[in-house]
Ligand binder design. Structure first.
Ligand SMILES: [Zn+2]
Length: 450
């Protein structure tokens, strides 16, 4: 099999035009007018070449909730969105709180081959918030877990949070906190404010997020640990984070695409597609989050891709599940919210959706972006098109997207993962071809290692 790919006429994130030659899983040449006999040629005229996107916050649902998503279907959703790596959250069944479960998830990801699947380990056993999970065993397992999170639930016990932070420092890990003070959010359905009162829905106050972030940055400072904050959603959270960073605390944070684009007003129609945790907030919060990304206070964008079966969302607001799918639309939403508004450029997109999420997750191969000698993980994106987003744009099992029927810019035309294509001509490469290419690529890496 010839594994040489020649990408012709792409525009790199810094605006320069170049051909990209890929062979043996790595980028071997970047420059003008490249040629290579027998290479598969991808015409990238008019397309932006971005380093492979890395999601730090994906719910793949397997094991246990395969009716919502599997590692394979979620990987396909990721690839069509331009991702080459995802970090899979631990709230599966069984919970990913042992070496056995994280190794299982990693193996399923390797077999599917569409993206690199890096399991996230639970902080507490069973996500129950009572005692620490087998953090050390997960860190030293074949999955080499570096990110730990009880996401879906907050590690609300301050002593457990302290112990977890202390533990992960021993192997350069990070605790990713879902910041939600549980007592302040009992029964919460949407952002707390005037609108929640009018709609008669129980409110989720901003202070429930901000108070946990404030506590945890101080804990991280006290023990000298790395802390990551999941899905920041309020202006006050951005303020707390800015203060913590100015103080030199080792904290990073993510914001989701939906919190950068949508507001609580969407709850007014009681359409449960807009029900998410943390909830959609006020327009002022959206503005503060956008500014936080633009000035570097918020480090990355992460999807919180949360697929659900139709019946879990197609019901009354109070009974519906929290969450939205996001892998397939993330890059388009970031373009809409941040690039088309002039707040950031494409090299910033490469930073917030590839380089820094990989750095936080201690995932190698992404530090240099698209560079000679680097692993060939990149995506070719057409930022010039506009589409009406539809279920036909989704590739995972979940159709609970908040953007259905909305006009979104951009489309991923090709994705290259570990040197082989997972998306070509705007469509997924079939599962058998990708799985076979993954086996060849893994053997190649193994041979190089000797
Ligand atoms: Zn969460």
């Amino acid at each position: 099999m010839n594994d040489t790919i020649l990408v012709r006429g792409a525009t790199l994130a810094d605006g320069t035009g170049a051909d990209i030659l890929v062979s043996g899983g790595v980028v071997t040449e970047i420059g003008a007018g490249l040629s290579s006999a027998g290479a598969s040629v991808i015409d990238a005229a008019g397309l932006i070449a971005l380093p492979g996107l890395v999601d730090l916050h994906t719910h793949l649902r397997e094991p246990g909730f395969e009716q919502s998503e599997t590692v394979l279907t979620g990987s396909r959703a990721a690839a069509i969105g331009g991702f080459t790596a995802v970090h899979a959250m631990a709230n599966t069944s069984p919970v990913a709180d042992t070496a056995g479960v994280v190794e299982q998830v990693m193996t399923l990801g390797n077999t599917a081959g569409y993206v690199t699947v890096r399991p996230i380990g639970a902080v507490t056993a069973g996500l129950e918030g009572q005692r620490l999970a087998e953090i050390g065993a997960m860190a030293t397992s074949r999955a080499r877990v570096r990110v730990f999170s009880d996401d879906g639930k907050c590690v609300s016990d301050a002593l457990l949070m302290r112990r977890a932070l202390e533990y992960v420092t021993t192997f350069d890990g990070v605790v990713a906190q879902h910041a939600q003070e549980p007592r302040l959010t009992e029964g919460a359905q949407m952002n707390e404010g005037t609108l929640s009162g009018e709609l008669g829905l129980a409110g989720w106050p901003a202070v429930a997020e901000e108070s946990i972030i404030a506590r945890d940055v101080l804990l991280a400072e006290h023990v000298g640990a790395r802390l990551h904050i999941c899905h920041l959603s309020t202006a006050g959270s951005v303020d707390v984070l800015r203060w913590a960073k100015a103080r030199g605390i080792q904290v990073t944070a993510e914001v989701t695409p939906h919190h950068l684009l949508l507001t609580e007003q969407l709850a007014a129609g009681y359409d449960a597609r807009y029900k998410v945790n943390p909830p959609l907030r006020r327009a002022e919060d959206v503005e503060a989050l956008r500014s936080g990304v633009a000035d570097g206070t918020i480090d990355i964008v992460a999807t919180d891709h949360a697929p659900h079966p139709v019946e879990a969302k197609d019901c009354e607001w109070g009974a519906a599940a929290f969450g939205m799918v996001g892998l397939e639309s993330a890059l388009s939403v970031v373009q809409s919210a941040l690039v088309d508004t002039g707040m950031i450029g494409w090299s910033d997109v490469a930073r917030i959706l590839s380089r820094v999420p990989a750095e936080i997750g201690r995932l190698s191969g992404y530090a240099d972006g698209i560079a000679v000698g680097a692993a060939a993980n990149f995506t070719l994106y057409d930022s010039g098109v506009t589409r009406t987003f539809a279920t036909s744009d989704l590739r995972g099992k979940g159709i609970n997207s908040p953007y259905l029927g909305d006009s979104l810019p951009g489309r991923v035309m090709a994705t290259i993962h570990a040197g082989y294509p997972t998306v070509l001509d705007g469509e997924l490469v079939d599962a058998e071809t990708v799985a076979a290419a993954a086996v060849v690529a893994a053997a190649g890496r193994e041979a190089k290692r000797g």
